[in-house]
Design a protein around this ligand. Structure first.
Ligand code: NAD
Length: 253
């Protein structure tokens, strides 16, 4: 229970990786504020999460800045602090055939939507949460990037790859400025992890992908969450501005 007394905010926590992270943080004793735009899925997740620890659920679309202001203000008023911020909410816009949209057929609309959810919302959440962390001289920021932002984006579309590379740059920039205040800012870059987002590709495509991963399988949300909970712990105090790859060896640095 090393995170007892820590307040953790997780975006996109109704399912997939975000739910795995909320679960793992709650199991380690953190008070988790699980956010998602999907109210019904969030409520189903809440039933499971509340059995593990102290968890609050709140509907938040991370592109709604007024709602984000109200949410952060409310958390600040009720808890007085946020120790851990996990920016996980993300989208991957697909074409009508369910596959990635090639650059040559890409649209400005899909680009803007992807940038807004996958990159700008991370900036906006950090802008609202980091000042109090600086005041308190403690904080753990973990941004969920992607293998697509780290190396050759074989399966991701242009906007997604650009946004995720942007998340890594944004995180390094924050780390550069705030590490002196006892705050760490890091990314976790998932490879192929079994979630609703990845299941849209189909079982066959995921099995083919798995054959090309040194581990010969795709990952689980709990394997991804393990890296996040480590970075969220007080012990990870000298790790800042880095990216942890969780990909079964698919991309090695
Ligand atoms: P998912 O689609 O299964 O879950 C994403 C969650 O984010 C959903 O609950 C969704 O409602 C929420 N969300 C989306 N837009 C939102 C918004 N505007 N406001 C609030 N919540 C919103 O996806 P996942 O696979 O669990 O992905 C989680 C994160 O991991 C994403 O940032 C994704 O880009 C990243 N990622 C996933 C993989 C993978 O293999 N699953 C690989 C690389 C990166």
């Amino acid at each position: 229970m090393e995170l007892q007394g820590h307040i953790a905010v997780v975006t996109g926590a109704a399912r997939g990786i975000g739910l795995g992270i909320a679960r793992a943080l709650a199991q380690r004793g953190a008070h988790v504020i699980a956010l998602d735009r999907l109210t019904d899925e969030l409520e189903s997740a809440a039933t499971e999460l509340r059995a593990l620890g102290t968890v609050e659920t709140r509907t938040l679309d991370v592109s709604d800045l007024e709602a984000m202001d109200a949410l952060i203000e409310d958390v600040r008023n009720r808890h007085g602090k946020i120790d851990i911020l996990v920016n996980n909410a993300g989208i991957s816009v697909k074409g009508e055939n369910g596959r990635r949209i090639p650059f040559l057929q890409s649209t400005r609309q899909a680009w803007d939507q992807t940038m807004l959810i996958n990159l700008t919302s991370v900036y906006e959440m950090c802008r609202r949460v980091v000042p109090d962390m600086v005041q308190r001289k403690y904080g753990r920021i973990i941004n969920i990037a992607s293998q697509a932002g780290r190396t050759r984006p074989e399966f991701a579309d242009t906007a997604y790859a650009a946004a995720k590379a942007g998340v890594i740059g944004l995180t390094r920039s924050i780390a550069e400025e705030v590490s002196q205040y006892g705050i760490t800012a890091n990314c976790v870059a998932p490879g192929r992890i079994d979630t609703p987002m990845v299941r849209t590709a189909g079982t066959e495509a995921n099995a083919l992908y798995a054959q090309r991963i040194p581990a010969r399988r795709i990952g689980t949300t709990s394997e991804l969450a393990a890296a996040v909970t480590f970075l969220a712990s007080p012990e990870a105090s000298f790790i800042s501005g880095t990216t942890i790859d969780v990909n079964g060896g698919y991309f090695m640095t």
